[in-house]
Design a protein around this ligand. Structure first.
Ligand code: SF4
Length: 398
């Protein structure tokens, strides 16, 4: 293959202590023409201070409406090997566990049909294959699917659900995040592959409120493991932390968001009724504290990046849901939420934005959930309680 293009501006991004995506593109460009043109076009973008990718046209594989994102160069004469350079999303494994054989197999297929460039993982959670042309999509998909892989979600569809490593590696996981993610993926195949919603819908499942998958900030439906019992305290272990330099008052008690802890230098106490299960104290003193009692999940709705309105975090809709296979309650609840969104959502309006527009009362009434003080996001501003005329006492003087 001919020499790599000169890239003085991109070369700057290889300086410094960190791995550089430029180095990786250069490696791929030595053996792949698409990667070579991608490198050259990127340098031009840096030189001209503008992007040369454009969206447009529907691309995909037969039977699927999602999973491939069309990308085209606006300079096809100059960079013919990236005239079309589509992104392919492959549905990732719950918890992101792969064998090295599986990764090698994926890379071999991708070298054959695409640019060789990948992104493990995109922010949705998919395996991202960066850049192939339209003709290669069907054979690429055939090879992946014959080995048991599937496309991920894109566009106005349910996106590939993702989760933290959960019980596979973490002792604090209250729920089987991996199984929940797998079950959701299997149940909602249609919604994943055939975009029919007003806009995207993401599920993310975390085993506890430490929320290593950042579900509270990145999912239309955040499923966060929790517990019902008290926090068990090993007072000797508390002392051990103190002896080893931890300031229990400063680092633990004062930072409890609900102020339900106290420490007199001898005994740590928790008023469990007021504990919000935030995990702060447990994550800091893992030897001393642990949850007890029934396990399940808190279901929250509505987080998203800025779009119609600014970024939002999810807020509590169901404080405690049992999470046992086949997760019927969660699936029925989800279908009801989608029905509401189908009925009232505007084009490109996320479920959280719809709830903000129409009000929480409207949403709760539709999905048939009773208001609960734990749902209140901003006290004194959003009272979700509502009374209907027929519920008021007739002739009441109040
Ligand atoms: Fe306080 Fe959070 Fe610990 Fe509960 S889990 S006692 S709210 S720090």
């Amino acid at each position: 293959m001919s020499e790599l293009p000169k890239t003085p501006l991109l070369d700057e991004l290889e300086k410094g202590p960190w791995p550089s995506f430029v180095t990786e593109i250069k490696k791929a460009a030595k053996k792949n023409l698409m990667a070579k043109d991608e490198l050259a076009q990127l340098e031009k973008s840096y030189t001209d201070k503008r992007g040369y990718w454009k969206h447009g046209g529907i691309v995909g594989v037969r039977g699927y409406g999602a999973g491939v994102i069309g990308r085209y160069s606006s300079l096809p004469d100059q960079f013919p090997n990236v005239a079309n350079f589509h992104t392919v999303r492959i549905n990732s494994i719950a918890g992101f566990f792969y064998t090295s054989d599986a990764i090698k197999m994926m890379c071999d297929i991708w070298d054959k049909y695409g640019s060789g460039l990948t992104n493990f993982h995109g922010s949705t959670g998919d395996i991202i294959l960066l850049g192939t042309n339209t003709e290669n999509l069907e054979p690429l998909f055939a090879e992946f699917s014959s080995r048991g892989w599937d496309l991920g979600g894109s566009g106005s569809a349910m996106r590939t659900p993702s989760c933290c490593v959960g019980p596979a590696r973490c002792e604090w996981s209250n729920i089987d995040t991996l199984d929940i993610t797998y079950s959701i993926t299997q149940e909602f195949q249609d919604e994943l592959h055939r975009p029919a919603f007003p806009y995207k819908f993401k599920f993310k499942t975390a085993g506890c409120a430490v929320d290593c998958i950042a579900s509270i900030a990145r999912a239309d439906c955040s499923i966060i493991g929790t517990w019902k019992g008290n926090i068990a305290i090993d007072q000797d272990a508390v002392k051990w932390y103190e002896k080893n330099g931890m300031n229990i008052q400063e680092e633990i008690v004062n930072r409890c968001p609900t102020k339900c802890m106290s420490y007199d230098g001898k005994t740590l106490k928790i008023n469990d009724e007021d504990c919000s299960r935030c995990m702060h104290c447990i994550a800091k003193m893992t030897k001393a504290l642990k949850p007890t009692g029934e396990r399940g999940a808190t279901i929250l709705i509505g987080s998203k990046a800025p779009f119609v309105i600014g970024a939002t975090l999810s807020w509590v809709i169901i404080p405690f849901m049992k999470m046992e296979p086949p997760y019927t309650e969660l699936k029925e609840f989800t279908r009801k939420v989608w029905e509401y969104w189908d009925e009232y959502g505007k084009n490109r309006e996320r479920i959280g934005e719809l709830i903000i527009r129409r009000g929480m009362r409207d949403f709760l009434e539709y999905v048939g959930i009773q208001p609960d003080p734990r749902m209140v996001k901003e006290p004194r501003r959003d009272p979700f309680y509502f009374w209907k005329e027929e519920e008021l006492v007739p002739n009441s003087k109040l």
